[in-house]
Ligand binder design. Sequence first.
Ligand SMILES: Cc1cc2nc3c(=O)[nH]c(=O)nc-3n(C[C@H](O)[C@H](O)[C@H](O)COP(=O)(O)OP(=O)(O)OC[C@H]3O[C@@H](n4cnc5c(N)ncnc54)[C@H](O)[C@@H]3O)c2cc1C
Length: 289
Amino acid sequence: MFEGLPIEQQVPLAPFTTFKIGGPAKYFLRAKTLAELLQALTMAQSSNMAVYILGGGSNVLVHDRGFDGLVIKMELHDISITTTRLTAGAGVLLNTAIRLAVNAGLAGLEFATGVPASVGGAVWANLGCRGSDISQIVESVVACDRQGNQKIFTRADCQFQYRDSMFKHQPWIILQASFQLHFGDNTALRQRMVALTKLKKNEQNVGEDTAGCAFRNPINSTASQLIDQLGLKGFQIGGAKVSERHANFIINTGQATADQVVQLISYIKQQVRDQLGVQLQEEIEYVGF
Ligand SMILES: Cc1cc2nc3c(=O)[nH]c(=O)nc-3n(C[C@H](O)[C@H](O)[C@H](O)COP(=O)(O)OP(=O)(O)OC[C@H]3O[C@@H](n4cnc5c(N)ncnc54)[C@H](O)[C@@H]3O)c2cc1C
């Protein structure tokens, strides 16, 4: 069906996610070039096959049965700098882009140091932390629709909001993003990167299998505070556990199934709703559910 493309079959998705959970993709492509991506989209379209776009896999929960269709892992890795503009393919790791920018003496991206993401996933989610987010530096985004038609989006077109963008609501595939940075002091930038890496390690669960924040922050508080307030840190269903360090993180202690994570998420939502009157909403994306 996918003649001429390096498509694999029945590929376990767990290793491609930071949660390390989930069954196989029926078909799996590492899209290293635009041509491969477009060809795969056309072929999937002609056989009416479901397609899922995967970036760094750091905000997804894959169903135990996996995904019955084609998973395309974005591996468009081109990256370049022209004066203060950094342009990166969707598959570039954000931390690679940050390092390159800092080495070139460019400031603006380093707020995200230590956050696992691809450039595409970061734009999609409007990744943010420490009072900043990606929307503040995005200049333009190139994306294509599921038929492969390409379009350039300005920052305004992206309709960024808190952990949200137009891309979350329309089926565009992000191919590349350009960031407008500014010249900064090279030594100070490096020091900031080192300090932020240390901070991230302390405040979060670096080295543990998690998909980051399970829930979006409700208005006027944080999901973490609410979950902590109910004494749920350390609460566990099967191998899925509420982190002791950051109550909005769910940890796979080793053998967690997606089903156990879903049960834990439901339990937390129910407790927070019943006891505190707040309806939490997932930040994690479900794949294959
Ligand atoms: C330890 C840890 C700490 C974290 N800390 C933070 C934090 O401080 N702030 C924060 O905002 N997030 C944080 N996260 C969450 C995560 O880093 C972000 O949500 C990130 O943007 C996910 O990017 P990704 O490339 O891994 O996307 P994936 O997890 O691969 O995908 C997430 C969604 O984006 C879509 N997507 C990915 N690439 C594309 C593309 N090219 N085109 C279209 N759609 C695409 C996918 O289909 C999926 O729906 C953390 C996660 C972990 C594990």
